[in-house]
Design a protein around this ligand. Structure first.
Ligand SMILES: Nc1nc2c(ncn2[C@@H]2O[C@H](COP(=O)(O)OP(=O)(O)OP(=O)(O)O)[C@@H](O)[C@H]2O)c(=O)[nH]1
Ligand SMILES: [Zn+2]
Length: 340
């Protein structure tokens, strides 16, 4: 990864300030944000997040974040609430490890969902199937998951025996940034600790004790791994909710997208229309009902998110006009009015 001269990396983001890691390997340094809690990014302003590269200066006596460098990737969550917007959980991530257990059986829908999240971020997903030591034939199970993970590496591993870890070690290249996502109990911490050769990822219990507000100031959410790679580990990322997005969905479900393109009608709903390639593929078994349902579900979410984003824009627009109208009406009331 390359970055501008003088940029430092955010190892932890708080309200109003961030911790940054100076190059010299000294303790992280706290740098404050502007009063609105934002910093310049591209044409606008943004909340700096873990993994961001930022420019800091201390012209006014204390370290101050002046600029967030453009992000090569961003893991986002669309947070709840009408006034909410996309929340960036981590930036400049190279690899998203999608962790899922082999025992109990892997949940393919969950893998597809997390792959969509990863594709949307711009980072490369890699699927890791844990607990290979607990099942008789991990290789064939990995193959089944592979069928749902188009163009993605799938590795069956056991942290217990160390089997299958080598190809993952190969991902720990200098400067690489990884995040790990997956359900609770999938073996994320165990996996990362096995790769790191020490306890770098805290367990569920410890995490709850020192939940968000009570971390000590030196707590790093950006953890060094062997080989010069780093892991971003924040509570928000592990159990990330969702996230579909039309483009990402078309990547995760490239097979379905290809079928959709073959439907006779461009606006086919795949609900019995003539010439529906999706229905044909379901009939022949080329497309499984399971995968179809999983795609439908995520597609509905993506459409919902898109509408929500649209209605937020519409609301902003309405507010803008309301303000303009009020100004205008105040103006009509003549001089002497207080200027808003
Ligand atoms: N047999 C076996 N057990 C494993 C393996 N990996 C993890 N486990 C066990 O699975 C349980 C859950 O592992 P964790 O690493 O805590 O799971 P996690 O995904 O970090 O869970 P959260 O912290 O809740 O998100 C632990 O009891 C581990 O010992 C494995 O490869 N083989
Ligand atoms: Zn169709």
């Amino acid at each position: 990864m390359s970055f501008d001269e003088g940029a430092v990396r955010v190892v932890r983001a708080d309200k109003g300030s961030v911790l940054v890691a100076p190059d010299d390997g000294l303790e992280p340094l706290r740098a404050v944000l502007d009063r609105d809690g934002l910093a310049a990014l591209d044409d606008g302003r943004a909340v700096p997040t873990v993994g961001d590269w930022v420019l800091v200066d201390d012209a006014d006596g204390e370290p101050h974040v002046r600029q967030v460098l453009p992000r090569s990737s961003a893991l986002v969550r669309d947070s709840a609430g009408a006034t909410s917007r996309e929340q960036v959980l981590a930036a400049n991530v190279d690899v998203v490890l999608v962790v899922e257990h082999l025992d109990p059986d892997s949940d393919l829908g969950r893998v597809e969902r997390l792959l969509t999240l990863a594709w949307r971020s711009g980072a490369r997903p890699v699927v890791v199937l844990t607990k290979a030591d607990l099942v008789p034939d991990p290789a064939s199970m990995a193959q089944d998951v592979g069928a749902a993970a188009i163009a993605v590496e799938v590795h069956a591993v056991s942290a217990a025996t160390g089997a299958g870890l080598e190809p993952l070690r190969a991902l720990l290249t200098p400067g690489a940034t990884l995040v790990v996502v997956g359900p609770s109990g999938a073996g994320k911490s165990t996996l990362v600790n096995a790769l790191a050769g020490r306890d770098v990822m805290s367990t569920g219990e410890r995490r709850e004790q020192d939940g968000r507000g009570r971390h000590t100031t030196t707590h790093r959410e950006l953890v060094p791994l062997p080989g010069g790679a780093v892991l971003i580990d924040t509570p928000g990322i592990r159990g990330i909710g969702v996230v579909a997005d039309e483009d990402a969905l078309a990547t995760t479900f490239a097979d379905v997208a290809e079928l959709v393109a073959l439907c006779r009608f461009a606006d086919c709903h795949h609900e019995g229309e003539p010439g529906c390639a999706v229905a044909d593929a379901l009939a022949t078994g080329e497309l499984s009902r399971r995968r179809y349902d999983s795609w439908r579900k995520l597609a509905r979410e993506a459409a919902y998110q898109a509408r929500r984003a649209d209605s937020r824009l519409a609301a902003q627009e309405r507010n803008r006009w309301k303000k303009i109208t009020q100004e205008y009406q105040r103006g009509m009331r003549g001089p002497g009015r207080p200027r808003g």
